[in-house]
Design a protein around this ligand. Structure first.
Ligand code: GUN
Length: 291
Protein backbone atom coordinates (compact mmCIF):
# COMPACT_ATOMS: atom_id res chain seq x y z
CA UNK A 1 0.00 0.00 0.00
CA UNK A 2 1.22 3.43 -0.85
CA UNK A 3 1.41 5.88 2.03
CA UNK A 4 -0.15 9.24 1.18
CA UNK A 5 1.92 11.75 3.14
CA UNK A 6 -0.42 14.05 5.05
CA UNK A 7 1.17 17.49 5.14
CA UNK A 8 -1.78 19.00 6.97
CA UNK A 9 -1.34 16.58 9.85
CA UNK A 10 2.43 17.04 10.17
CA UNK A 11 2.02 20.82 9.88
CA UNK A 12 -0.53 20.73 12.72
CA UNK A 13 2.03 18.87 14.85
CA UNK A 14 4.66 21.51 14.07
CA UNK A 15 2.22 24.29 15.01
CA UNK A 16 1.27 22.50 18.25
CA UNK A 17 4.98 22.19 19.06
CA UNK A 18 5.32 25.98 18.85
CA UNK A 19 2.65 26.71 21.45
CA UNK A 20 4.95 26.47 24.51
CA UNK A 21 7.61 28.67 22.96
CA UNK A 22 5.03 31.31 22.03
CA UNK A 23 3.51 31.25 25.55
CA UNK A 24 6.93 31.64 27.16
CA UNK A 25 7.85 34.55 24.92
CA UNK A 26 4.52 36.24 25.66
CA UNK A 27 4.98 35.74 29.41
CA UNK A 28 8.32 37.52 29.03
CA UNK A 29 6.64 40.39 27.20
CA UNK A 30 7.40 39.48 23.59
CA UNK A 31 4.65 38.58 21.13
CA UNK A 32 6.31 37.12 18.04
CA UNK A 33 5.53 39.35 15.05
CA UNK A 34 5.61 38.50 11.35
CA UNK A 35 5.26 41.14 8.65
CA UNK A 36 4.21 40.02 5.19
CA UNK A 37 4.68 42.40 2.28
CA UNK A 38 2.80 41.91 -0.97
CA UNK A 39 3.69 43.94 -4.05
CA UNK A 40 1.80 42.01 -6.70
CA UNK A 41 -1.60 41.63 -8.35
CA UNK A 42 -1.11 37.90 -8.78
CA UNK A 43 -4.15 36.16 -7.23
CA UNK A 44 -2.05 33.11 -6.25
CA UNK A 45 0.40 35.33 -4.32
CA UNK A 46 -2.54 37.09 -2.63
CA UNK A 47 -3.91 33.72 -1.55
CA UNK A 48 -0.56 32.51 -0.19
CA UNK A 49 -0.02 35.65 1.85
CA UNK A 50 -3.52 35.62 3.30
CA UNK A 51 -3.04 31.98 4.33
CA UNK A 52 0.21 32.92 6.07
CA UNK A 53 -1.60 35.69 7.94
CA UNK A 54 -4.37 33.29 8.96
CA UNK A 55 -1.77 30.84 10.29
CA UNK A 56 -0.23 33.61 12.42
CA UNK A 57 -3.56 34.41 13.98
CA UNK A 58 -4.24 30.76 14.73
CA UNK A 59 -1.01 30.22 16.70
CA UNK A 60 -0.87 33.61 18.44
CA UNK A 61 1.76 35.32 16.31
CA UNK A 62 1.12 38.98 15.64
CA UNK A 63 0.61 39.21 11.88
CA UNK A 64 1.19 42.54 10.14
CA UNK A 65 0.34 42.81 6.48
CA UNK A 66 1.53 45.55 4.14
CA UNK A 67 0.25 45.82 0.58
CA UNK A 68 2.06 47.95 -1.96
CA UNK A 69 0.56 48.75 -5.32
CA UNK A 70 2.31 46.64 -7.97
CA UNK A 71 2.87 49.80 -10.01
CA UNK A 72 4.42 51.79 -7.15
CA UNK A 73 8.08 52.74 -7.15
CA UNK A 74 10.72 50.30 -5.94
CA UNK A 75 11.70 52.90 -3.32
CA UNK A 76 8.28 52.53 -1.73
CA UNK A 77 9.05 48.87 -1.11
CA UNK A 78 12.55 49.62 0.20
CA UNK A 79 11.19 52.31 2.54
CA UNK A 80 8.66 49.79 3.86
CA UNK A 81 11.40 47.21 4.47
CA UNK A 82 13.50 49.85 6.29
CA UNK A 83 10.55 50.68 8.55
CA UNK A 84 9.92 47.01 9.32
CA UNK A 85 13.63 46.42 9.99
CA UNK A 86 13.47 49.17 12.60
CA UNK A 87 10.18 48.05 14.17
CA UNK A 88 10.87 46.17 17.42
CA UNK A 89 7.47 44.47 17.29
CA UNK A 90 8.38 42.84 13.99
CA UNK A 91 10.67 39.82 14.32
CA UNK A 92 10.23 38.33 10.86
CA UNK A 93 9.78 39.96 7.44
CA UNK A 94 8.57 38.12 4.35
CA UNK A 95 8.35 39.87 1.00
CA UNK A 96 6.21 37.61 -1.17
CA UNK A 97 8.00 36.62 -4.38
CA UNK A 98 7.87 37.31 -7.24
CA UNK A 99 8.10 41.11 -7.01
CA UNK A 100 7.32 43.21 -10.11
CA UNK A 101 9.96 43.33 -12.86
CA UNK A 102 10.94 46.93 -12.12
CA UNK A 103 12.05 45.93 -8.62
CA UNK A 104 15.51 44.42 -8.22
CA UNK A 105 14.80 41.12 -6.46
CA UNK A 106 18.36 40.70 -5.24
CA UNK A 107 18.27 44.14 -3.65
CA UNK A 108 15.04 43.16 -1.88
CA UNK A 109 16.66 40.04 -0.44
CA UNK A 110 19.67 42.08 0.74
CA UNK A 111 17.49 44.81 2.25
CA UNK A 112 15.88 42.61 4.88
CA UNK A 113 17.91 42.46 8.10
CA UNK A 114 19.36 38.92 8.24
CA UNK A 115 18.00 38.31 11.75
CA UNK A 116 14.47 39.11 10.49
CA UNK A 117 14.87 37.14 7.25
CA UNK A 118 12.59 34.22 8.16
CA UNK A 119 12.60 33.00 4.54
CA UNK A 120 16.36 32.47 4.79
CA UNK A 121 16.93 34.15 1.42
CA UNK A 122 19.41 36.92 2.43
CA UNK A 123 22.87 36.10 1.00
CA UNK A 124 24.27 35.99 4.54
CA UNK A 125 21.68 33.41 5.53
CA UNK A 126 22.16 31.43 2.30
CA UNK A 127 25.89 31.35 3.06
CA UNK A 128 25.29 30.14 6.60
CA UNK A 129 22.92 27.45 5.38
CA UNK A 130 25.38 26.19 2.75
CA UNK A 131 28.08 26.11 5.43
CA UNK A 132 25.84 23.89 7.56
CA UNK A 133 25.18 26.60 10.13
CA UNK A 134 21.76 27.93 9.11
CA UNK A 135 20.12 30.61 11.20
CA UNK A 136 16.79 30.00 9.44
CA UNK A 137 16.43 27.01 7.13
CA UNK A 138 14.36 27.96 4.04
CA UNK A 139 10.77 26.97 4.76
CA UNK A 140 9.97 24.56 1.92
CA UNK A 141 13.10 22.40 2.11
CA UNK A 142 12.95 22.42 5.91
CA UNK A 143 9.28 21.39 5.77
CA UNK A 144 10.19 18.55 3.40
CA UNK A 145 12.83 17.33 5.84
CA UNK A 146 10.14 17.31 8.56
CA UNK A 147 7.81 15.28 6.30
CA UNK A 148 10.56 12.75 5.57
CA UNK A 149 11.27 12.48 9.28
CA UNK A 150 7.60 12.11 10.21
CA UNK A 151 7.19 9.27 7.70
CA UNK A 152 10.44 7.49 8.69
CA UNK A 153 12.08 7.97 5.31
CA UNK A 154 15.76 7.05 5.52
CA UNK A 155 17.87 9.77 3.91
CA UNK A 156 21.22 8.41 5.13
CA UNK A 157 22.94 6.91 2.09
CA UNK A 158 19.78 7.21 -0.02
CA UNK A 159 19.86 8.23 -3.67
CA UNK A 160 17.93 11.52 -3.85
CA UNK A 161 17.01 13.38 -7.01
CA UNK A 162 15.93 17.01 -6.82
CA UNK A 163 14.16 18.15 -9.99
CA UNK A 164 14.54 21.93 -10.30
CA UNK A 165 17.33 24.33 -9.34
CA UNK A 166 15.45 27.34 -7.97
CA UNK A 167 16.92 29.52 -5.24
CA UNK A 168 13.79 28.94 -3.12
CA UNK A 169 13.56 25.14 -3.29
CA UNK A 170 15.94 23.19 -5.55
CA UNK A 171 19.26 24.66 -4.42
CA UNK A 172 18.57 24.77 -0.66
CA UNK A 173 16.92 21.31 -0.76
CA UNK A 174 20.04 19.91 -2.38
CA UNK A 175 22.24 21.55 0.20
CA UNK A 176 20.25 20.23 3.14
CA UNK A 177 20.09 16.69 1.72
CA UNK A 178 23.87 16.47 1.30
CA UNK A 179 24.61 17.81 4.75
CA UNK A 180 25.17 15.54 7.71
CA UNK A 181 22.19 14.41 9.81
CA UNK A 182 19.45 15.18 10.69
CA UNK A 183 17.63 14.15 7.50
CA UNK A 184 20.71 14.49 5.32
CA UNK A 185 23.63 12.32 4.19
CA UNK A 186 21.83 11.54 0.93
CA UNK A 187 23.66 11.13 -2.38
CA UNK A 188 21.93 13.91 -4.22
CA UNK A 189 21.56 14.65 -7.93
CA UNK A 190 20.05 17.86 -9.25
CA UNK A 191 18.12 17.65 -12.51
CA UNK A 192 16.87 20.68 -14.45
CA UNK A 193 15.61 21.81 -17.82
CA UNK A 194 18.88 20.95 -19.56
CA UNK A 195 19.21 17.49 -18.03
CA UNK A 196 19.51 14.98 -20.87
CA UNK A 197 18.11 11.88 -19.22
CA UNK A 198 15.70 12.83 -16.44
CA UNK A 199 14.10 9.39 -16.48
CA UNK A 200 17.45 7.66 -16.11
CA UNK A 201 18.14 9.63 -12.95
CA UNK A 202 14.65 9.24 -11.54
CA UNK A 203 14.66 5.49 -12.03
CA UNK A 204 17.59 5.23 -9.60
CA UNK A 205 16.09 7.54 -6.99
CA UNK A 206 14.94 6.43 -3.54
CA UNK A 207 13.74 9.99 -2.87
CA UNK A 208 12.41 12.39 -5.51
CA UNK A 209 11.75 16.06 -4.79
CA UNK A 210 9.92 17.52 -7.78
CA UNK A 211 10.23 21.31 -7.85
CA UNK A 212 10.50 22.29 -11.49
CA UNK A 213 7.23 24.18 -11.88
CA UNK A 214 6.19 21.96 -14.78
CA UNK A 215 2.73 20.38 -14.46
CA UNK A 216 2.87 16.58 -14.12
CA UNK A 217 6.46 16.37 -15.38
CA UNK A 218 7.17 13.25 -13.35
CA UNK A 219 5.06 10.20 -14.19
CA UNK A 220 4.82 6.79 -12.55
CA UNK A 221 6.74 4.99 -15.29
CA UNK A 222 9.85 7.10 -14.49
CA UNK A 223 9.96 6.12 -10.82
CA UNK A 224 11.63 3.38 -8.84
CA UNK A 225 9.29 0.96 -7.09
CA UNK A 226 8.79 1.95 -3.45
CA UNK A 227 10.43 5.37 -3.74
CA UNK A 228 9.37 8.44 -1.76
CA UNK A 229 7.98 11.20 -3.96
CA UNK A 230 7.71 14.76 -2.69
CA UNK A 231 5.78 17.09 -4.98
CA UNK A 232 6.50 20.79 -4.51
CA UNK A 233 4.63 21.95 -7.63
CA UNK A 234 1.49 24.05 -7.39
CA UNK A 235 0.50 24.67 -11.01
CA UNK A 236 -2.77 26.26 -12.06
CA UNK A 237 -3.96 24.57 -15.22
CA UNK A 238 -7.11 25.43 -17.15
CA UNK A 239 -9.96 23.11 -16.24
CA UNK A 240 -13.69 22.89 -16.47
CA UNK A 241 -14.22 23.75 -12.80
CA UNK A 242 -16.04 26.55 -11.00
CA UNK A 243 -12.83 28.58 -10.78
CA UNK A 244 -11.80 27.75 -14.34
CA UNK A 245 -8.61 26.03 -13.21
CA UNK A 246 -7.35 23.20 -11.09
CA UNK A 247 -4.16 22.78 -9.10
CA UNK A 248 -1.78 20.08 -10.19
CA UNK A 249 1.69 19.24 -8.98
CA UNK A 250 4.90 18.51 -10.84
CA UNK A 251 4.06 14.83 -10.40
CA UNK A 252 1.27 12.97 -12.16
CA UNK A 253 -0.26 11.74 -8.91
CA UNK A 254 -2.45 8.94 -10.24
CA UNK A 255 0.32 7.08 -12.07
CA UNK A 256 3.03 7.92 -9.50
CA UNK A 257 1.07 6.58 -6.54
CA UNK A 258 0.94 3.15 -8.18
CA UNK A 259 4.74 2.93 -8.06
CA UNK A 260 5.84 5.10 -5.13
CA UNK A 261 5.98 3.80 -1.56
CA UNK A 262 5.18 7.22 -0.10
CA UNK A 263 3.91 10.27 -1.93
CA UNK A 264 2.66 13.78 -1.15
CA UNK A 265 -0.63 14.98 -2.64
CA UNK A 266 -1.22 18.46 -4.11
CA UNK A 267 -2.73 20.24 -2.31
CA UNK A 268 -2.22 18.97 1.24
CA UNK A 269 1.40 17.85 1.04
CA UNK A 270 4.29 20.29 0.99
CA UNK A 271 2.27 23.55 1.02
CA UNK A 272 1.06 23.35 4.63
CA UNK A 273 4.60 22.45 5.73
CA UNK A 274 6.11 25.53 4.09
CA UNK A 275 3.65 27.66 6.04
CA UNK A 276 4.30 25.81 9.32
CA UNK A 277 8.06 26.26 9.02
CA UNK A 278 7.57 29.97 8.45
CA UNK A 279 5.84 30.12 11.84
CA UNK A 280 8.69 28.06 13.30
CA UNK A 281 11.28 30.50 11.94
CA UNK A 282 9.27 33.47 13.21
CA UNK A 283 9.17 32.08 16.75
CA UNK A 284 12.91 31.40 16.53
CA UNK A 285 13.47 34.96 15.29
CA UNK A 286 11.45 36.38 18.19
CA UNK A 287 13.49 34.30 20.65
CA UNK A 288 16.77 35.57 19.22
CA UNK A 289 15.64 39.20 19.18
CA UNK A 290 14.12 39.18 22.65
CA UNK A 291 17.40 38.11 24.29
N1 GUN B 1 6.97 32.77 -3.30
C1 GUN B 1 6.84 31.43 -3.43
N2 GUN B 1 7.33 30.79 -2.35
C2 GUN B 1 7.80 31.74 -1.52
C3 GUN B 1 8.43 31.70 -0.25
O1 GUN B 1 8.69 30.63 0.34
N3 GUN B 1 8.74 32.91 0.29
C4 GUN B 1 8.50 34.08 -0.34
N4 GUN B 1 8.86 35.21 0.26
N5 GUN B 1 7.92 34.15 -1.53
C5 GUN B 1 7.57 32.98 -2.11
Amino acid sequence: MTDIIDGNEVAAEVRAGLADGIETLKAEGTTPGLATVLMSDDPASETYVSMKQRDCEEVGINGIHVEIDAGASAEKLFDTIDDLNADEDVHGILVQMPVPKHVDKRRVLRAIKPVKDVDGFHPENVGRMVAGNALYKPCTPHGIQKLLEAYDVETEGAEAVVVGRSDIVGKPMTNLLIQKAPMGNATTTVCHSRTQDLEGHLREADIVVAAAGVPELVTGDMLKEGSTVIDVGINRVDADTEKGYELVGDVEFESAKEVAGKITPVPGGVGPMTRAMLLYNTVKAAGIQSD
